[in-house]
Design a protein around this ligand. Structure first.
Ligand SMILES: Nc1ncnc2c1ncn2[C@@H]1O[C@H](COP(=O)(O)OP(=O)(O)OP(=O)(O)O)[C@@H](O)[C@H]1O
Length: 626
């Protein structure tokens, strides 16, 4: 077992920032001057803005620059409420956060629906439009000259002194960061990391790409709204110039320098950028240039920002203190039953332009059996897997799993219907432990809402406990439990392939699709994998094995479907396929005399002897018996 890296001795790491936050809260009483307190206030507001960006950029991998617009939304909401007589700071903050959330949802839906860079573009234009929108409603907002007449804030009917207003600001900031920390160390953040790694992986695990991105972007709007409301109460004047493109770039620079995939990176980056902005305040014309320089420096020299650097150093230190992990070996006996379903593919066709990749393919894969799909390169195996997984729409035919029809479903709904898959190149999120990687396989099937997560309500705790228990069980099964805290992407290929299988089987899939799962493995690893597949079969799983390693196919498969040019050229038992003349001639490129069974097998064996290890067989020259 490696050393857990989220503790300093007996103290959890989160205690340190919390203690620092409490010290910052009492700065005015510690003899710190007004101008410093003002800078701290601005840095706190900036850290809230940056934390929102971190949620979408750092965790969901979606660049969204709209924080400045949501900040404006919060500020004007609080300002207008104040002018209308509602001076209570708590109500203003709640209203500011809600309006910002609304802006996030309204701009996020079209931005995310449109595709790849559209949210970045939508949010960028949103920031540019802020002054114009405010100008349109100038009667209420004061237009370009700003909103005046904001009354000093009150709390439960009592006027707030400057010091007490400062305390409210620090408390709100601390509370938000506790909320954010609870999101970031939860299964939701784990799912966001999956999304950041690859939308295809996300869909294959049943995680809706659109919903997760919208969740991250909308949640990220809330702190901007809180900050806006507090900004209005602090300055009692709101000008459109505050919410400029320069602010958007400052937020981005702070996120990059602090570390966008980090909670506390937002605070570090914000304090640093606030210091830089303040120090360069005498050179307004250079401010964008200075921010740009920080952005480039952070992007080039600090991948993962300052917190990323600190995390790397800490891990090295922790690894040095920890003993080498001890392999426990697989515990193959401990396999609960798997509810495999019948996968039925009927007459599936798919053309890409004029290229018919699949042409009326029909086969079934039954529970408790391994069904292998073989065929030469370009015969349509991967296309068929992608059709089953919902990444391509069929031109004709139907696909069912048990009683559910799969064709026509979106990829994440196909996964939820029970289809689990591995990838030709293992697809594992960065910055994720072995345990978290496996747990991601349970995210879609076992829900706890964001509110339950933030408040750590009983259902969240129940789901979380089950996540860990089940993940340890399947890690035991594949023999990787001793690596549960190791970084998953750092594992060698063989272990990453086992890990993918563990992630697939954790939530009892109806069918398990293994895409060239043995490629690149040595003999021992292939044997271990084969043992694992046999175990899933024995437990009742439905396994579809797309594989070029014919030895493995012959030793594992109960049935083999051979494809050629998008059509099924043979479908039978390994014994039948071994002697099928079409398979021999079209898959192996061998000319075969009719009925020459034993010679066909001899040629087949020769072809596989000559094949590169684990690779597809090459054509064997000459006729049988030569
Ligand atoms: N997205 C696509 N656009 C156009 N053509 C495609 C696409 N995907 C696959 N094809 C074509 O469909 C045919 C089948 O390809 P596919 O990748 O499914 O074969 P395969 O049997 O998996 O090959 P390999 O063993 O090399 O992975 C090929 O002619 C390929 O060029």
């Amino acid at each position: 077992m490696t050393v857990k890296s989220n503790r300093v001795g007996p103290i959890p790491l989160w205690v340190l920032p919390l203690a620092l936050g409490i010290i910052v809260m009492f700065l005015p009483w510690l003899g710190v001057g007004y101008s410093t307190v003002r800078q701290v206030q601005l840095a706190l507001l900036l850290s809230l803005l940056v934390s929102g960006l971190n949620l979408s950029l750092g965790f969901a991998g979606e660049l969204a620059l709209g924080q400045a617009a949501m900040y404006a939304g919060g500020a004007y909401t609080a300002g207008l409420l104040s002018r209308a007589g509602c001076t209570d700071i708590v109500l203003q903050i709640l209203a500011g956060g809600s309006v910002a959330l609304l802006i996030g949802v309204i701009t996020g839906i079209p931005g995310l629906r449109l595709g790849r860079w559209s949210l970045a573009m939508t949010s960028f234009f949103l920031v540019l439009l802020v002054p114009d929108i405010l100008a349109i409603f100038s009667d209420e907002t004061g237009g370009r000259s700003g909103l005046r007449g904001i009354q000093p804030a009150t709390l439960f009917g009592q006027p707030l002194s400057q010091e007490n207003f400062y305390v409210v600001m620090t408390v709100v900031t601390i509370v938000w960061f506790v909320v954010m920390r609870n999101i970031v160390v939860s299964r939701h953040a784990n799912a966001l990391r999956v999304l950041k790694q690859s939308p295809v992986l996300s869909s294959s695990l049943g995680i809706s790409v659109f919903r997760m991105k919208l969740l991250a972007y909308s949640l990220g709007a809330i702190p901007a709204g809180l900050a806006g409301a507090m900004f209005a109460g602090m300055d009692l004047y709101v000008s459109p110039e505050t919410f400029s493109f320069a602010l958007a770039t400052t937020i981005l620079a702070a996120s990059v320098i602090g570390g966008s995939a980090s909670v506390y990176g937002a605070v570090i980056g914000a304090f640093l950028m606030q210091y830089v902005t303040n120090a360069s305040s005498g050179h307004q014309s250079y401010s964008l240039l200075i921010t740009g320089a920080f952005l480039i420096l952070g992007g080039v020299f600090l991948t993962g920002g300052l917190t990323g650097l600190a995390r790397t150093l800490w891990r090295r230190f922790a690894a040095r203190r920890s003993a080498e992990p001890v392999p426990t070996g697989p515990i193959y006996d401990d396999v609960p039953s798997v509810d495999g379903q019948l996968l039925s593919v009927e007459g599936i066709s798919k053309a890409f332009g004029g290229n018919r990749a699949l042409d009326g393919v029909t086969f079934t894969a039954a529970p408790g059996r391994v069904t292998a799909l073989i065929g030469p390169n370009g015969s349509g195996k991967t296309t068929l897997l992608n059709m089953i997984c919902g990444f391509y729409r069929a031109d004709a035919g139907r696909i069912t799993l048990g009683s559910s029809r799969l064709d026509g479903l979106s990829p994440h709904n196909v996964a939820r219907a029970g289809v689990a898959r591995t990838f030709q190149t293992p697809n594992i999120p960065a910055d994720t432990t072995v345990l978290e990687t496996v747990i991601a396989g349970r995210y879609a099937g076992h829900r706890a809402t964001v509110a339950e997560t933030i408040l750590r309500l009983p259902r969240y705790n129940r789901v979380r406990r089950a996540d860990i228990t089940e993940a340890l069980r399947v890690l035991d099964m594949v023999g990787l439990r001793y690596l549960e805290d190791a970084e998953a992407t750092a594992l060698p290929l063989g272990q990453r392939r086992l890990l993918e299988v563990a992630r697939c089987v954790i939530d009892n899939p109806g069918v398990l699709l293994l895409d060239e799962v043995a490629s690149g493995l040595d003999e021992d690893e292939v044997e271990r994998l084969a043992e694992l597949i046999r175990m899933v079969r024995k437990a009742g799983g439905t396994v579809v094995l797309v594989e070029h390693n014919f030895d493995l196919v012959l030793s594992l498969a109960d049935g083999i479907v051979a494809l050629a040019q998008g059509q099924v050229m043979a479908d039978g038992t390994p014994e039948e396929i071994k002697t099928d003349t079409r398979v021999l001639s079209e898959y192996l490129g061998v000319e075969v005399d009719d009925g020459a069974e034993s010679g066909g097998v001899a040629l087949l064996e020769r072809a596989f002897d000559e094949a590169p290890e684990g690779g597809a067989p090459t054509a064997v020259e000459g006729r049988e018996g030569q």
